[in-house]
Design a protein around this ligand. Structure first.
Ligand code: MUC
Ligand code: MG
Length: 367
């Protein structure tokens, strides 16, 4: 099944509720829709969310990498030549979001060609994912209102609180207000997006030790190796590597050097192929994983559900899957529904994220 063209379509959809966190904020989903066209007319699709403040990729760089750098080597190969296509992509360092989306588009095309859902091809463990909701920077009372509303409306009981602010008291108060307002059953964890130093993170963990927080993600820059290791050794809850571990090699380095004790897998920056490698590494080492959110659209969220639901280890914890609710619209033709705190994987060939062509025409920015 020969690939005839690779397309990267930039588009922009505003957020109704911008998300703010220690390393940046989003007001518009200025993403790129990746399309892999084949000689049989099958089109594999995936969403690429640029995060310049995290990985240095932009909408323009992703378009350029996919169409101009990888594209010429991909056209002419079969969608099943995944290893050969990855060998080309691996020559180039970084650019994980461009590579990840191209990989997911290939899997989507493979699923469509074989008439099998990609979640089944990947592993077929279960048919849905439990949802965790990510809470951005807001005053503590507003955070609690949002969490209660999401609990009431969608049945969500797991919340990731964005932290990494100074003074630290802001985050300590937010965690305390959430725990008091949501009760002991709610699963609450923190993500500082490298906003603190390791010592500040230790202070926050000391002050919140009675709150039963389950995880702390990317407390400080993982490159601050010695103090990060001290933090990891000192505290009993898992310290999760996120932006420090986009590849299996990064995950190996951070786990083996004591920089983290759990791994956040994001299909948006690891695709399905690299995400499988990371997952295998974690399963082999007995390390917990979470399915993260790169502030994904519904197309991106369905990719996370397809991967997360495919394996036992990725479906143990709730995946971060609800940020699309803050967008004013989406390209996905059939909207995602969150029922009883879960999102179902789509049992149709491919990833199951068919695009609404009228919406693509409305939101694309290249015409
Ligand atoms: C997260 O888990 O860090 C914020 C930036 C990004 O790349 O992903 C989000 C969420
Ligand atoms: Mg994170």
């Amino acid at each position: 099944m020969k690939i005839t063209a690779v397309e990267a379509i930039p588009y922009a959809i505003p957020y109704t509720h911008p998300l703010r966190f220690a390393s940046g904020e989003v007001h518009t989903a200025d993403h790129v829709l990746i399309r892999v066209h084949t000689e049989d007319g099958i089109v594999g699709e995936a969403d690429a969310p640029p995060r310049p403040y995290t990985y240095g990729e932009t909408q323009r760089s992703i378009k350029e990498m996919v169409e101009e750098v990888f594209g010429p080597h991909v056209v002419g190969k079969s969608v099943f030549d995944r290893s050969a296509i990855h060998a080309v992509m691996r020559r180039t360092i970084h650019n994980q979001v461009a590579k990840g989306a191209l990989d997911i588009a290939l899997w989507d095309a493979m699923g469509k060609a074989l008439d099998v859902p990609v979640t089944t091809l990947l592993g077929g463990w279960t048919d849905s994912m439990r949802v965790s909701h990510m809470l951005g920077f807001k005053p503590a009372r507003e955070l609690l209102e949002e969490a209660l509303e999401f609990g009431e409306r969608y049945g969500i009981t797991t919340f990731k609180l964005k932290t990494g602010r100074r003074p630290l008291a802001l985050d300590v108060e937010a965690a305390r207000v959430l725990r008091e307002g949501l009760g002991p059953e709610a699963d609450i964890y923190l993500d500082a997006n490298r906003g603190w130093t390791a010592n500040e993170a230790m202070e926050v963990l000391r002050q919140t030790a009675d709150l039963g927080l389950s995880l702390l993600e990317e407390p400080c820059d993982a490159k601050e190796a010695m103090s990060r290791r001290r933090l990891v050794e000192k505290f009993p809850i898992p310290i999760v590597g996120d932006e420090s571990v986009p590849t299996a090699g990064d995950a190996s380095r951070e786990l083996l050097s004591g920089g983290c004790t759990a791994i956040c897998i994001k299909t948006a920056r690891s695709g399905f192929t690299e995400a499988q490698e990371i997952l295998g590494l974690c399963t082999g080492l007995g390390v917990d994983v979470t399915m993260g959110n790169q502030i994904d659209t519904q197309i991106g969220s369905l990719a996370t559900v397809a991967f997360g639901a495919a394996f036992e280890a990725t479906s143990r914890r709730a995946g971060e899957l609800s940020n699309f609710l803050d967008m004013s619209d989406d390209l996905l033709a059939e909207p995602i529904e969150i029922r009883d705190g879960r999102i179902a994987a789509r049992h149709v060939p491919g990833v199951g994220a068919a695009v609404d062509e009228d919406k693509l025409t409305r939101y694309r920015t290249d015409r």
